[in-house]
Design a protein around this ligand. Structure first.
Ligand code: NAP
Length: 266
């Protein structure tokens, strides 16, 4: 049984998930070191190197979040190695751009499957261990959860549903703290895909192009720090919302940069 917290992260091959894993392995001023199991379809060189430098503290599981067997393998990897799981960071996600009139139903369903149905698959596999540790779940949401960007109907719907699952989970599991975090516009491959898209309106696309041109995309490390810190230190009682409720008890949806999350930022 390891003393350090054990955290299961989905989608750590690049972007926000990769940044969160690096922070968890190294520890920061706000939280100590963790042991990590990372589940993603590909194992690019930087991730394999991170595992090689981790003194055995990063276990890589190659698999798909939509596959219950791959989720079960990630959970059993953590339990076999370290005996417990203290938090999940449900970060894996994809985006497609398709206007509703031109939608392909299979692609639409695939986005919902990866971004939303997979949350249930990972949770089903990990909940017994999380109940035992009275652990934490951090879901990586998006402004799209309440947005209306054209050509993003599948992505918008998938993140709105993620927020609904976070709220419901917090209600169903009284000893688990649940958070849904909106990470801002972050410098990752997903943004490269968004800038290359052709289906959203010219004005909407210009917002993303200009953020990139002006160097205003966030470094993945910044929202990843909040996400990792909530996975390490979040509770049902904190952070406290303006109405006095603890965000972890409601599965609340918060932008990474709000005042309530100051203690969790770098
Ligand atoms: P990214 O660089 O494209 O990374 C996405 C990660 O998800 C990759 O590690 C990918 O790994 C993994 N993934 C995708 N499909 C998967 C599957 N079926 N099974 C397992 N892993 C899968 O994107 P990112 O920007 O870091 O996005 C991370 C999260 O942040 C997503 O949920 C996204 O919606 C959210 N977000 C991002 C932004 C932004 O501006 N970037 C803004 C708001 C929210 P493999 O390809 O190796 O499987």
């Amino acid at each position: 049984m390891s003393v350090e917290p054990v955290i299961l992260v989905t989608g750590a091959s690049r972007g926000i998930g990769h940044a969160a894993v690096e922070l968890l392995l190294n520890g920061t001023e706000k939280f100590g070191k963790a042991r990590v199991v990372a589940l993603q379809r590909t194992l690019p060189e930087p991730l394999v190197e991170l595992a090689a430098r981790s003194d055995g503290n990063l276990a890589l599981v190659q698999g798909d979040v939509t596959n219950p067997e791959d989720n079960a393998r990630a959970v059993s990897t953590a339990l076999d190695r370290w005996g417990h799981i203290d938090a999940l960071i449900l970060n894996a996600g994809i985006i497609i751009e398709e206007r509703i009139a031109d939608s392909n139903l299979e692609r639409f369903a695939h986005v919902l499957n990866v971004n939303t149905v997979s949350l249930i698959a990972t949770l089903k596999a990990a909940l017994p261990a999380l109940r035992a540790s009275k652990g934490r779940v951090v879901m990586v949401s998006s402004g799209a959860a309440t947005g209306r960007t054209s050509a993003w109907s599948a992505y918008n719907a998938s993140k709105a549903a993620l927020n609904a699952i976070a709220r419901t989970l917090a209600n169903e599991e009284p000893e688990i703290a649940v958070f849904s975090v909106r990470p801002g516009v972050v410098y990752t491959e997903m943004q490269t895909e968004i800038r290359a898209g052709t289906a959203m309106s010219a004005e909407e696309k210009e917002k993303f192009l200009s953020l990139h041109r002006e160097g205003k995309l966030l470094a993945p490390r910044l929202p990843a720090h909040v996400i990792a810190a909530l996975a390490m230190n979040g509770t049902r009682e904190s952070p406290v919302m303006p109405d006095g409720t603890g965000m972890g008890a409601t599965g609340g949806f918060l932008y990474w940069d709000v005042e309530q999350l100051a203690d969790f930022r770098e």
